[in-house]
Write a protein that binds this ligand. Sequence first.
Ligand SMILES: [Zn+2]
Length: 460
Amino acid sequence: MTHAHFINKDKQALERALKTITIIIEVNIVNWISRFSKQSVAIALSTFITSTAWAETIVITADRLVDVTNGNVIKNAAVVVDDNIITAAGAVASISLPTDAARIDLGDSTLMPGLMDMHVHLTSDATRHGYKRLEVSLPRAAITGVKHAKATLEAGFTTVRNVGAPGFADVALRDAINAGDVEGPRMFVAGPSLGVTGGHCDSNLLPYEYDNYSEGVADGPWEVRKTVRRNIKYGATVIKFCATGGVLSKGTKVGAQQYTFEEMKALIDEAHLRGLTVATHAHGTSGIKDAIKAGVDSVEHVSLLDDEAIALAKENGTYFSMDIYVTEYILGEGEKAGILEESLNKERIVGKTQRENFKKAVNAGVNMVFGSDAGVYPHGDNPKQFARMVKFGMTPMQAIQAATINPARLLKQEATLGSLDKGKFADIVAVPGNPMEDMSLMENVGFVMKDGSIVKQYAM
Ligand SMILES: [Zn+2]
């Protein structure tokens, strides 16, 4: 079938839908007018129009708007959306608002760009860890991912970076979202994470005779290059690798380096050659430093860093993605979810140090991005990290920038994502009240627009 065929088919379907909607409106207007005043009909109609895709221009107004580019909060603000693009944003007084547009007034709310989480595992289930994960097939994980994608989008995250999924289930999920089959955020996907034999990104739960290993296992410079090439072949748009041991893997030392500098350099060079950015899981100090020296774009977790690692990150413009909320879930709910005793012990040491080092990195001015590790904890709870980011050293503006403009820069997507600026994709969320005064309000995102379509709108 040709592309043109699809367009014609879609057009016919759209025309049919529009006819049906017109009839429904005509019938209902007669009913409504007999029951309500003309004004309430107009309100009902405008709400109806804004919640469907066929209003071409939409004006969204609210008491506040977070201008993440300049680090300001603008009062009495508006965003004008034409199809899926922002055509104007700022103080109402500074914009000539189109008169024929559909209007959405969110009142005492704060508008901000769609949120971006740089560390999720949408196909992982937070209630199944350790040996419980072995019961989950790849197709089952992919289907669970559908539910998680919706929960993540409804929590306000219009873009995620999925840093590790067995079987390229993340690629399938992304493609299903892009095709409109299921609802979810824009996904940048890694496919299976690369790691050394027996390392954090391998599967070490079963004994030798089961010959069980993860698909991302690659040892030596040429094998890692080949695995990067394979991941790209099957749809990866970012590369993730494990530089050091980790908390949730069996038999790995959390601080110990696993890939050599030579392997990391080959892996990162290969990805960069192909135009992909690279994220590395790294808790241990030497692994963090070698990954930065080898040119990695972001370091995940970054628990056991020192002053030299901070200086290196600043010098190289490396982003830190520090998941400082997840420790509360691991220590609170982890045992029930199947997390191994050795992992709980590792978390008891690492979690506290990571939070102290988060403060150091923020104070030193390292580029920071919001990365939650949702999948270890429940999807949709991502925003719980915002209040912790402020508690452990960020200003509210820095925390919001870490989840908007900074990730857009990390992903090299700042031309289209990350701020409410003219020409960018209409990914817009609103939080009731003023999160600058109370960051826990970020946990109540009430309005979500992705790519010009409203996916959530709170009752006003
Ligand atoms: Zn992770």
